[in-house]
Design a protein around this ligand. Structure first.
Ligand code: GDP
Length: 468
């Protein structure tokens, strides 16, 4: 009797395991600041899963190494009001002559894959059905996460903070005209058109901060990537100077208009994004381009470091935090990846991984308390260079070979040393990093998987345990 019950229980547990494996669903979110490599990463991820199914190509991805991955197909995405991630368009660019990079992320988008695999747990059951995993991959701009602190600030506090930033270098000179325009609105009957124009100018200013000054701490984040909010009053706001300048009725009226828009934005855009999406993410990838800011100098590097710190704040949700209480997020794995590792020579991978670890150190320390598994690594989603050597005097030094994006010219260069940790001011004075944008390599055939560095390690961390 006892034995019968034990056998029955064992069969029940085995069936539950199999059922769970059969009907698994995972939402994987990918973010990073603009140009950090999100589109390239997702394009490569889909491509590796669909076309890279050989142990030689993905040696660290267990389900492939053990030849248990049967089939991966794209299926209809679940949300009808979210843009589709256009994988095929990206692949067309990569296959063009000459090859081009896919179009970068502009807004949130998603793609759903169905993975059919042989689970280890049902291997021993003859005739057992293969298991399935529904994988939703969500791409969203990291700039949107930079709005997170706005949830804790009212319009006045936010205005003071932003106005203070605008009056300091490196924003001071570039913002002088805009500040004049904003001050000129004070003391006058508010005119909606003039407010919109000032907001448009503010949006241009934020874009200029990003593109010309390489700054990353820019709010509101949707002004940089407005998507379907372009031109709406919800985005037509900007910070106002200190209260003391606003003591007449007309200025107060302007204040109230902007405050109402700010409140709407925080509630219906920022909060809604976190509530609607964040609470459904199971796993998160944060991509960091450390190399371009290293190339551009100390101010850019520090700004990127601060911005990534803020992005990472979104994942610092200990049990007690307001954040946890508000959104109840359930991310259990976080991959932090330094992208474009094909821009450095092989012996620089370790320093690059150390660097990204240190940039995100505070957040990682915190997250380790809240049951999130974290992996930091360097990777190249789509490898555009080959390793080689160049002669420097009598010495042979490691080098990279690739086609320069600006003119398609094949070049060989030593890019410089990545600092082994956070660079000191002296590093920027003494070293230079020669970051050259490379074009993707021509593809050997339409069926050849995209060349990569480290994607197998990343995919194993993100999916390996559910494909067991
Ligand atoms: P997004 O704005 O985060 O979506 O950035 P993208 O994925 O569009 O990448 C921006 C640019 O970075 C691309 O156009 C490429 O020039 C470069 N890039 C991205 N990933 C890689 C990579 O793995 N290797 C190399 N060499 N360049 C990359």
């Amino acid at each position: 009797m006892e034995l019968k019950r034990t056998v029955k229980q064992a069969i029940h547990s085995a069936n539950t395991l199999i059922e769970r494996a059969r009907s698994q669903h995972l939402t994987l979110a990918v973010t990073g600041l603009s140009r950090s490599g999100k589109t390239a990463f997702i394009t490569s991820l889909v491509n590796q899963l669909q076309q890279g199914n050989t142990p030689e190509h993905l040696p660290l991805f267990d389900v492939v190494r053990e030849r248990r991955l049967k089939h991966v197909r794209q299926v209809a995405q679940p949300h009808l009001n979210v843009a589709s991630f256009r994988y095929l368009a990206g692949m067309r660019n990569l296959t063009a002559t000459p090859p081009k990079w896919p179009e970068p992320t502009k807004t949130i988008s998603e793609i759903r894959l169905e993975l059919t695999f042989k689970a280890k747990s049902n291997r021993w059951l003859s005739g057992s059905e293969p298991s399935k995993l529904l994988l939703d991959i969500i791409d969203y701009p990291g700039e949107w996460l930079l709005d997170l602190p706005m949830l804790n600030l009212d319009f006045q506090q936010w205005s003071e903070q932003q106005w203070h930033l605008l009056e300091q270098p490196p924003r001071k000179d570039a913002s002088a005209d805009w500040r004049q325009q904003a001050l000129a609105l004070l003391g006058r009957e508010p005119c909606d058109d003039a407010i919109h124009e000032c907001a448009d100018h503010y949006a241009k200013l934020l874009k200029e901060f990003k593109q010309t000054l390489g700054l990353s701490l820019l709010q509101p984040g949707r002004m940089l990537m407005p998507g379907d909010m372009e031109g709406t009053p919800a985005l037509a706001f900007f910070p106002l100077p200190e209260q003391c300048l606003l003591d007449d009725a007309a200025s107060k009226a302007l204040w109230h208009i902007l405050k109402a828009r700010y409140d709407y934005y925080v509630k219906h855009v920022v909060k809604a994004f976190f509530k609607r999406y964040f609470s459904h993410f199971d796993r998160q990838v944060v991509l960091v381009d450390c190399l371009q800011p290293l190339n551009e100098g100390e101010a850019h590097f520090r700004e990127m470091q601060q911005a990534i710190g803020q992005v990472m704040n979104s994942f610092q949700y200990g049990e007690q935090s307001w954040w946890q209480q508000l959104f109840d997020p359930k991310i259990d794995r976080l991959l932090i990846a330094a992208t474009k590792a094909d821009h450095v020579t092989i012996e620089q991978f370790e320093p690059l991984t150390n660097l990204v670890e240190q940039i995100t150190e505070d957040a990682r320390r915190y997250a380790s308390f809240s049951d999130i598994k974290i992996q930091s690594q360097a990777l190249a989603s789509i490898r555009a260079t080959k390793f080689g050597h160049v002669q420097q005097g009598k010495k042979t030094v490691p080098a990279l070979k690739g086609n320069r994006i600006s003119d398609g010219q094949s070049i060989t260069l030593f890019p410089g040393d990545v600092p082994p940790g956070l660079p000191s001011p002296a590093f920027f004075e003494q070293h230079s990093f020669n970051f050259v944008a490379f074009a993707p390599q021509p593809r050997q055939s339409d069926y050849a998987p995209l060349p990569h560095i480290g994607m197998d390690k990343a995919i194993e961390f993100l999916l390996g345990d559910v494909l067991k």
